[in-house]
Ligand binder design. Sequence first.
Ligand code: GAP
Length: 451
Amino acid sequence: MSAKSMDELVSLCKRRGFIFQSSEIYGGLQGMYDFGPLGVELKNNLKSAWWKSMVYERDDVEGLDASILTNQLVLNYSGHEDTFTDPLVDCKSCKSRWRADQIGDTCPNCGSKDLTDPRPFNLMFKTNMGPLEDEGSIAYLRPETAQQIFTNFKNIVDSTSRALPFGIAQIGKAFRNEITPRNFIFRVREFEQMELEFFVEPGEDNLWHDKWIEERSNWWESQGVSKKKIRFLEVPKDELSHYSKRTVDLMYEFPHGEEELEGIANRTDFDLGSHSKNQDQLNIQSKIRKNSDSNSRLAIQNKDTNEWIVPFVIEPSAGVERGVLAILNEAYKVEKLEDGKERIVLALKPHLSPIKAAVIPLKKNNDDLVSLAKNIKDELQSLGKGRVLLENTGNIGKSYRKHDEVGTPMCITIDFDSLENNTVTIRDRDSMDQKTIQIQELTSYFSNFFK
Ligand code: GAP
């Protein structure tokens, strides 16, 4: 069972320190959120899980961390300056602005049907670099992390000697001036993407596309997002992005409705072809504009035939915020207890939990208990499995409730038996079962649990 409403998730996130509205003390900044003490851990854990599965556990992917500010030419040749737009309408009555494709013919604010004709609104954030604000100093905050992967293609091929097929992975911020940011962290103006550009021989692209669709839905399942809640949406031809031959969206049932969690696109040879020099010497299949500015041939040589190939690209592209929202939604449970009371429990996969274990001394003013708890906390912390917390509130019941709500898989209680018999009590978040183990067994128990 997942959360009943977005309000429940928003409330938990604020109450427990996962996510706050940005600039809240000044009334907020629309479409921006800040990740608090637990949110930053959850987000980092999700990104690490993606990186681990994409880069470390594969032998055919390299990583990259490119700049956010992007040369105007990159986003010109990529097509974003011309086509990265949403249709904008104004309500002539109440002066509000909307995305035409989201509202039909009626203003959601005042009900008027007196709307302007839709006009394209470019979603990129533009800025100026250096002291002069003129046409020559324009730069953009990247609207997707992908473009700098394409512009670094030759650097990475030359420095790693990669042959096809291989991929380049990147996690980082992207910015879009969404007309109507909404639904908590689902649609925001500043967010993070986890993107892989996987380069393949033309002709092998369809096969690799299907493989990646399968891989990605399996991965979400391993993060706790049930496959039953994911539907594959074949994006209709007339809705495809300008670069795409085929896109399949992983649609997830968010609390506000079914929407895109991740898109997996076949970007063909459009991007490398668009950013390449000597385009007419390369057998580029997609429709591209002539590039008179690039100084690099974005192609790879077939080692057997010596032929230059512009690879096709398969791109699984996921939003970190949408991932966090889906994971929170899946993990959130309200359980009826035997005594008739309820508890909220966040049944996160342990590798995603913001706090791996809470070490709780039975009495907060007992120096011996607190000092032993602190030593145990330090020891577990040093194992590198993630954050371990010394929870010194003196109220065991309250601590258990808090750690159920934030998804801590285990609470370790230090009591007088710990001083006398070298034992601790471990309480399991999901079953609420408690067991006693020897302190000397604790590190191996803990390490095995988070293996
Ligand atoms: N490079 C391809 C690309 O950017 P996209 O479908 O526009 O494709 C990929 O974005 C993913 O980025 C989406 O599936 C979504 O998870 C996330 N995303 C896009 N716009 C977003 C927004 N305004 N707020 C939060 N996440 C967003």
